[in-house]
Ligand binder design. Sequence first.
Ligand SMILES: [Zn+2]
Length: 140
Amino acid sequence: MSPKVHAAQGALSAAILYPFIGNDALLFGLTVFFIDLDHLIPFVRDCRSLDPKRFFAYHRAVHDYDDYLALSWFHTAEFMLLLWALGFWRHEFRVMLAACLFHILFDVIKALHMGKPFLRAYSFVEYALRREGKRTRHTA
Ligand SMILES: [Zn+2]
């Protein structure tokens, strides 16, 4: 999903939630947007670049490979477990967890719509098990 769509989702969800959860709504909205910063990890690993144009081309190209398996660190079950555990210390991590799940719900709907529900691994364990024989890097 594009950054513009996630920015709109973050702004709209924060506006809707604000009357109910106050300033935590801002954290929720920001998290909905910034969770996708993890997309920088494979791009920098593969392309050794921070060029925004190349970044978007890199991620568009992923959809052209039938055998590609993506891993987005902040979209994994392990990251969700970390946020959940940190939530015992500060409730803000539970707000971030809810925002991540909200964001991922839309990512999954888009993947289903594209007919590529298994393009991304949603766990480091799943990634380790499925990566054999898959393309996991490219430099488009
Ligand atoms: Zn995402």
